[in-house]
Design a protein around this ligand. Structure first.
Ligand SMILES: [Zn+2]
Length: 335
């Protein structure tokens, strides 16, 4: 089969052996794969992975073969898959049903071969059926949308949480914008792309700030919040240099939530965080069921988040487009 392989230096399309399923796996004919900031972090080596590696972890496709232990109902189903595989169901975290933190877990497309290929073998316990109303392209948003829902799984809101500032309006930031609005929060959205800022406004965000206009963002956010700062400040920038403004924009005793995986060390002023008693939250993968419900009900909209669609053969162009386009949100690869 054809696959997109990163050999540690270069990205290339290679002919590799078709994956063979074991008794507990299914074989998926991949239809659509989203390109993610994590893929870029692997390619620019800020995130170290084993190589050679088939990239891709936001994907959808059809089940075309099932292992002997797998329920036959999965055959021919349209599916997406969670990415944390190799789960032992026996460790400290698994016993608390925290499977995404399993001590033996490996992530598809990051630790082991992923979905930027004609076929992928996955464990059947990772599968989620895609409702008919969700296209293969839109289904590639289920994984990042689940990550957006996870923010509020790990960070319960209290009665004083009214204003949230979201820094970074890429794919994740614009999904978080929509989920946060469903939670009833007042939103201040921050980016340096007017196109992305306009999209956040389109979704219903209350205030927009454009970093490229040279304004001091923490001061602007304090102006909008009676001089206090936002109750919750969320980082979806992927840029560790933004963290100072992010922390400075949070009110005393507020919540700072880091969603970006910078892949590099970041400098933050811990003294300021201690003096003002800020709480630091982080979160990663989340509930696929909630993400599917959000898309199926129409409460979450993703059609405007697809910047461009490419064929597998054009993967290099897709990566170059991601890197050079200021307004890029998400590219989809068709197989
Ligand atoms: Zn485990």
């Amino acid at each position: 089969m054809k696959a997109v392989v990163f050999d540690g230096q270069n990205l290339m399309i290679k002919n590799v052996e078709d994956p063979k399923i074991n008794d507990s796996q299914v074989l998926i004919r991949v239809k659509s794969v989203g390109i993610c900031g994590t893929d870029l972090a692997i390619l620019n080596k800020s995130l170290a992975t084993p190589t050679p590696l088939i990239l891709g972890h936001e994907f959808s496709g059809d089940v075309i073969e099932v292992g002997s232990e797998v329920d036959k109902k999965w055959l021919n189903k349209r599916v997406t898959s969670e990415i944390n595989t190799n789960i032992d169901f026996d460790c400290y975290y698994c016993k608390q049903s925290n499977y995404t933190q399993c001590l033996s877990r490996k992530a598809l497309g990051i630790d082991i071969d992923g979905a930027l290929a004609e076929f992928i073998a996955v464990e059947s316990y990772l599968l989620h059926e895609i409702p008919d109303s969700i296209s293969y392209d839109d289904a590639t948003f289920i994984e990042p949308l689940a990550a957006a829902y996870q923010i509020f799984e790990v960070m319960p809101l209290d009665k004083n949480d009214k204003v949230m500032a979201i820094f970074g309006l890429g794919k994740l930031g614009l999904l978080i914008t929509q989920v946060a609005l469903l939670k009833g929060l007042q939103l201040i959205t921050v980016d340096d792309s007017q196109k992305k800022i306009d999209l956040a406004k389109h979704f219903g965000a209350h205030y927009q700030l454009n970093r490229s206009e040279g304004v001091h963002i923490p001061s602007e956010i304090k102006n909008l919040t009676n001089g206090l700062g936002a109750d919750i400040v969320l980082d979806a920038t992927g840029n560790p240099d933004a963290l100072k403004d992010i922390i400075d924009s949070c009110r005393t005793r507020g919540k700072v939530h880091i969603k970006s995986t910078h892949g590099v060390n970041a400098k933050i002023n811990l003294t300021d965080m201690v003096v003002r008693e800020l709480t630091l939250y982080t979160s990663r993968c989340g509930p696929f069921d909630k993400a599917i419900e959000g898309l199926e009900s129409g409460k979450i909209k993703v059609d405007k988040l697809i910047s461009k669609k490419f064929e597998l053969e054009d993967i290099e162009e897709a990566v170059a487009y991601y890197n050079r386009s200021h307004d890029h949100i998400k590219s989809i690869i068709h197989l």
